[in-house]
Write a protein that binds this ligand. Structure first.
Ligand SMILES: [Fe+2]
Length: 190
């Protein structure tokens, strides 16, 4: 399980501690051109819906806890990606305030029944199933952020959303890298 190995793909980086879990370049300033409540409402879904940063953070922490004895390297990467998702959550909360919203942990403003729930997490038992679920989540997040970046008439907000999408794209590749290894070599190869 802790056997050193060579990654099958050079991107996004080498295996282990050096694996890259963020996109290149700095984050743009966390700013918007002007308050706009419809955009704040849109970002609430990214913050706390069933397919949100809150769900990603909890899903990756759960996976880290349950796989750490089985695959320490995957567990470490999950923890580092969870930390990136927490940064995303933090950025979304700040943007919602700048847009005039109230970043409570719920998908719809003013609707307590839309509060985030631990039932949103996909509690997969086996690592390949976890990875497939994680890849789907990251693809959804990347596509959502890109679609929102194209949709908003706010260049500053759009720049931040593109950066979040770029990070999620890196995560897709990181999880694909691990899934490739499991599919080609099985757990013994890791
Ligand atoms: Fe991600």
């Amino acid at each position: 399980m802790n056997t050193p190995h060579t990654p099958h793909t050079p991107s996004p980086g080498s295996a282990g501690k050096g694996l890259t879990v963020t996109s290149p370049g700095n984050y743009p300033p966390i700013e918007v051109e002007r308050p706009h409540l419809p955009y704040a409402r849109m970002l609430m879904g990214d913050l706390a819906s069933s397919r949100s940063e809150m769900t990603a953070i909890n899903q990756y922490l759960y996976q880290d806890w349950v796989v750490s004895a089985q695959d320490a390297e995957f567990a470490r990467v999950l923890r580092r990606i969870a930390q990136v998702e927490m940064r995303h959550l933090d950025i979304l909360g700040r943007l919602i305030v700048l847009l005039g919203g109230d970043p409570r942990c719920q998908a719809l403003p003013g609707n307590r029944r839309s509060a985030w729930s631990g039932s949103f997490v996909e509690y997969a038992g086996a690592i390949p199933a976890m990875l497939q679920s994680d890849i789907r989540s990251e693809q959804f997040a990347r596509n959502t952020y890109l679609s929102q970046a194209n949709q908003v008439q706010d260049a500053k907000l759009s720049a931040v959303l593109r950066k979040l999408a770029a990070d999620e794209d890196v995560h897709v590749n990181v999880f694909r890298h691990f899934l490739d290894q499991y599919q080609q070599e099985g757990p013994q190869g890791r």
